[in-house]
Design a protein around this ligand. Sequence first.
Ligand SMILES: Nc1ncnc2c1ncn2[C@@H]1O[C@H](COP(=O)(O)OP(=O)(O)OP(=O)(O)O)[C@@H](O)[C@H]1O
Ligand SMILES: [Mg+2]
Length: 269
Amino acid sequence: MQAPWLLEVEGVTVSFGGVTALDGVSFRVRSGEVLGIIGPNGAGKTTLFNALSGLVSLARGSIRLSGREISRWTTHRIAQGGMARTLQTPEIYTQISLRDNLLAAILGRSSASLYGIALGLRPAVRREAQAREEAEDLLAHSLLREDADRTAGDLPFGHQRLLEIYRALTNDPRVMLLDEPLSGLTREEADVVLDLIREMRAQERAVLIVEHDLPSVLAIADRILVLAEGRVIADGTPDVVQQDAGVRRVYLGQEPIATDAAEQGGVQP
Ligand SMILES: Nc1ncnc2c1ncn2[C@@H]1O[C@H](COP(=O)(O)OP(=O)(O)OP(=O)(O)O)[C@@H](O)[C@H]1O
Ligand SMILES: [Mg+2]
């Protein structure tokens, strides 16, 4: 039996002044599924993530997360409701250790407890102890455990990306949105991030990954959604999408779309 739909996006339209960034975008994602989202610069990929996470409002359309309409929810409520994201540029605290970054993310879920900890209030202190345990647990199973005490800003860029994903995981999201998680990484670093994505899939999360590195996204995704000028021009398995005439037109000179990039073996866009 197939898993139920976790995320259902229907007719999502977003305009900025006169520019229609997304125009009637529809697709669905099941738990345990990795959806690759590709398309040329300016296609609307980041805008789609902004719409899903509540950062921009919809002109039209609906977004359901586990059956609940979330398109008018605040970013905070959407995060609590089970959707997390990373940004095109990693968002971490560079001056503190990797462990403290995770701790801050866990404690950040309830800002009141931070005051409580400062005041030494007993429930807050208990909460901090719990948070430390949670952070240790996450670290113990993470690919970053060796680096826990290092200052985050001193970590290689690939590890900073991993840290950002782990920070988003502290919310235990059902749906994870990753915006260009491989950009700027070496091949080895990219492989570590891809392993983490496989792990998230095994944990029955849905992972949406926007990525310009086509060979990687074609290799890891169960399904590919192709956006161009704010519209979905293809939605299918990597094999089917690569053969699609419309997709080939968008990626002219790269036929079939993965081959050239694969031969270059590069991760950088
Ligand atoms: N806040 C904004 N205000 C005005 N226009 C915007 C805004 N955000 C995005 N756009 C426009 O919407 C369109 C889609 O942009 P978006 O950033 O979503 O593309 P993208 O697919 O993520 O591109 P890239 O691959 O370069 O990251 C572009 O024409 C962009 O200029
Ligand atoms: Mg973008």
